[in-house]
Design a protein. Structure first.
Length: 374
């Protein structure tokens, strides 16, 4: 890797501000929502409403239908991809992104959750059956499972459908990602090739690295792999090294970046921002201390499966928030100055107006209010 001692050393605060700038969290931008999703590579969205909150925090005058329309017209694809979780991605990006991260998707089949149910099943035959049943149509995942169970008797229908979704690139119907659904009770699936109108491409790990760095760099190889869920990216980066800029961090780890990508000043002001659970900026690195302290990360670890929405003060995670009907509740992890509390309340009130403007996302019956615990 060369002599790291002569590389520019970046402080944690420089990395923080650079990340916020690349993630469009320093000031809201006027770019189209589809362009923003491309900038972020993909937006995690297993809970349908969270991507709407993430885009609202980054875009000027963002409306719910700005995202829903992109799902309806097939510009955005909702599917399993990065880290084997549901993301939204530009349809053209999905065609190379899914095959590039397919190894981590395949790895799910080795987990006990699947292995106990599909042991002995001819996976090639199962994939072929799934393609046949979905040809020219979309089905609810439950319906697909029931049809598969007729061909593979004695097997768990839901597990059969989920296995097909791992083996075959499938997209979710636009209604699955519609605003107002805080839980995915009815997922509709169909052929990704039919939905996008084109077959998936060959894996493109170099493209993955370059796009990741544009949105999350500077970063280590371990960061890249943690974000994507795939391994062996060190070989890819080694082949690209002459095209990359190299830094070190405060622990002398080697960071890579695009040569033309700007770095932010460490004292750049950072406004309060509210982030959804699983937001890109929180999950983009193996070492997440550039955005959340280790102690605060551990606070959220117990609830990792459900996700923890957080808010930022001075660019770093400061506490969590939640919705209870028409009440937005804020739970600080650290003391708030009077000025910071006023800024947090103001941003929370704006977020609550956005949420309630969506209509059926929260139940009626109470006046909207922001509550700061403690």
């Amino acid at each position: 890797m060369g002599d790291d001692s002569r590389m520019t050393k970046l402080s944690r605060r420089e990395l923080n501000r650079t990340l916020l700038v690349r993630q469009k969290l320093v000031e809201r931008v006027g770019m189209p929502p589809l362009e923003l999703v491309r900038q972020l590579v993909a937006v995690q969205g297993q809970e349908p409403n969270w991507p709407y909150v993430g885009l609202w925090s980054r875009l000027v005058n963002f409306r719910h239908d700005d995202l829903a329309a992109l799902l309806r017209d097939r510009s955005l694809v909702r599917s399993t991809m990065i880290r084997r979780t549901v993301h939204l991605a530009d349809a053209a990006d999905y065609r190379w992104l899914r095959p590039t991260v397919q190894p981590v998707v395949d790895a799910a089949l080795k987990a006990p959750y699947f292995r106990a149910e599909i042991d002995g099943v001819d996976l090639a035959a199962l994939a072929a059956a799934g393609r046949e049943l979905l040809a020219g149509r979309q089905l609810r995942r439950r319906e697909l499972g029931e049809l598969l169970a007729r061909r593979f008797p004695g097997r768990h229908p839901r597990r059969l459908a989920e296995t097909v979704e791992l083996l075959v690139p499938l997209t979710h119907g636009p209604e699955t990602g519609a605003w107002g659904r805080w839980r995915n009770r009815h997922v509709t699936v169909g052929s990704a090739e039919e939905w996008t109108g084109a077959p998936t491409a060959v894996p493109q790990p170099a493209t993955l690295v370059l796009r990741y760095l544009a949105a999350f760099g500077p970063a280590t190889v371990a960061d890249m792999q943690a974000w994507a869920g795939v391994t062996r990216l060190a070989e890819v980066v080694d082949d690209m090294r002459s095209r990359l800029r190299v830094f070190t961090d405060d622990e002398h780890r080697v960071l890579f970046d695009l040569p033309e990508a700007p770095l932010a000043e460490p004292e750049l002001p950072a406004p309060v921002r509210f982030l959804p659970a699983f937001d890109n900026v929180l999950l983009g690195h193996k070492d997440r201390r550039r955005i959340i302290s280790e102690d605060d990360r551990k606070r959220t670890a117990k609830e990792a499966s459900a996700g923890v929405p957080v808010y930022l003060v001075d660019g770093f995670a400061h506490g969590r928030w939640s919705l209870d009907g028409a009440t937005l509740r804020i739970v600080p992890w650290h003391p708030l100055s009077a000025a910071d509390e006023a800024a947090v309340r103001a941003e929370a009130e704006d977020l609550l107006r956005f949420v309630l403007a969506g209509g059926d996302a929260t139940p009626a019956g109470h006046d909207p209010q922001v509550v700061v615990d403690g």
